[in-house]
Write a protein that binds this ligand. Structure first.
Ligand SMILES: Nc1ncnc2c1ncn2[C@@H]1O[C@H](COP(=O)(O)OP(=O)(O)OP(=O)(O)O)[C@@H](O)[C@H]1O
Ligand SMILES: N[C@@H](CCO)C(=O)O
Length: 361
């Protein structure tokens, strides 16, 4: 029987990590998506995969599948399962709503897209936990990738690994995602570093339905690497306790209906990353202190989204005023912003013939 064309979509949400005190711990999936439309045609003649992009990042992202983050991650996962190349006649169109380098988890989404792509192309049937292992070999903090994969408001940690497993997760990223030569063929390279089992563990928290996220997105990029470089290597006991106390309260406070603005506003304060990042984001201290539940009824709390520069305001109403007032403060610093009101949404999905065929379990 002749094989038919295989088509499916992969949809990954944006994410906001940290939510104030939960640096590298909590993430929230938001209703802005990276969508891949994948077609594999039934033709055995050798042909390289083709990649096209529309939307955010379309003018800067590499379209060479051996250089693009999503397809390189897919190839890594395939090679770990003895599949040495992409299928012939593979075409991928990426429609992207998630702006690059803004603190909305664009790289985490691209990595999860690569893992799901490999899982579908080679029918690997990986568990959610194993998918997370592969993602964590590439993006080494768990907050964005976990929230992108499983969805909702999620807390995660990296397990203390034994010596051998620890060495495996610490291999340089260049070995996990090598620079493939242009004519990378079936026999390319040596065995890739396989992830140990169960690198990351997570739990999904509740989320009060009335809470939406206002993303105030400055029109400049800040790479996560640069925003991590400004952080200190160690912290005082006082600052760590400050964050731990707030995070413990925040994870439950955001699940309660009606939400308590006084409690949430305080619980979203942070002393671990935001104070150090203000030098990279003009307007950050002003926006996060001048907008409060008293000045802007409906506002619950306000923080840096991920590594920034986006500001995340959690609110039950008054969205436009919150966003426009934040915009005015940024304008005083000469920074133009876009803003969007987003819902907390489900995690990643694979869709065939309009039906969802995979979601995290
Ligand atoms: N859809 C995509 N396809 C390919 N590469 C991407 C895609 N999205 C992001 N990237 C790569 O990831 C880089 C941005 O990653 P970075 O970690 O600096 O920021 P971010 O993930 O948007 O923010 P944060 O981690 O703070 O939420 C882009 O410059 C690009 O190289
Ligand atoms: N927790 C990470 C999220 C960005 O990817 C950070 O703030 O650096």
């Amino acid at each position: 029987m002749a094989e038919s064309t295989k088509t499916f979509k992969i949809r990954i949400p944006a994410t906001s990590a940290n939510i104030g005190p939960g640096f590298d711990v909590v993430g929230l999936s938001l209703s802005l998506y990276l969508t891949l439309t994948v077609t594999v045609s039934p033709n055995n003649a050798r042909s390289p995969p083709t990649l096209s992009y529309s939307g955010e990042g379309a003018d800067e992202v590499p379209l060479d599948p051996y250089k693009n983050l999503t397809t390189r991650v897919a190839l890594y996962v395939l090679r770990c399962h003895d599949v040495s190349s992409f299928p012939h006649h593979l075409a991928i169109h990426v429609a992207n709503d998630i702006p690059f380098g803004r603190g909305l988890g664009s790289s985490g989404a691209a990595v999860i897209a690569g893992v799901l792509l490999a899982n579908e192309l080679a029918s690997l049937n990986l568990s959610t936990s194993r998918m997370l292992d592969f993602a964590l070999m590439v993006e080494r903090h768990p907050d964005n990738v976990t929230a992108a994969l499983v969805g909702g408001f999620v807390g995660s940690y990296l397990r203390d690994l034994d010596e051998d497993a620890q060495a495996r997760v610490q291999v340089p990223l260049s070995e996990v995602l090598p620079e493939y030569p242009p004519d990378a063929g079936e026999d390319w390279g040596r065995d890739p570093p396989h992830p140990p089992e169960g690198i990351g563990h997570y739990i999904c928290f509740g989320w009060a339905e009335s809470i939406k996220a206002v993303a105030i997105i400055p029109k400049f990029e800040l790479s996560t690497a640069k925003a991590r470089d400004v952080l200190p290597q160690s912290y005082s006991r006082k600052d760590l306790i400050f964050n731990l106390q707030r995070l413990a309260v925040l994870t439950t406070a955001l699940s309660r209906s009606p939400p308590d603005p006084g409690l949430i506003y305080d619980a979203m304060q942070d002393r671990v990353h935001q104070p150090y990042r203000k030098q990279l984001i003009p307007g950050l201290p002003e926006v996060t202190t001048r907008l409060t539940p008293s000045t802007h009824p409906g506002l619950l709390g306000i923080c840096l989204s991920g590594a920034g520069p986006t500001i995340l305001a959690l609110a039950t109403g008054n969205f436009e005023r919150i966003a426009e007032d934040a915009k005015k403060i940024f304008a005083e610093k000469g920074i133009d912003v876009d803003w969007k009101v987003l819902d907390v949404c489900e995690g990643s999905a694979v869709i065939k013939d309009g039906q969802q065929t995979w979601k995290a379990a």
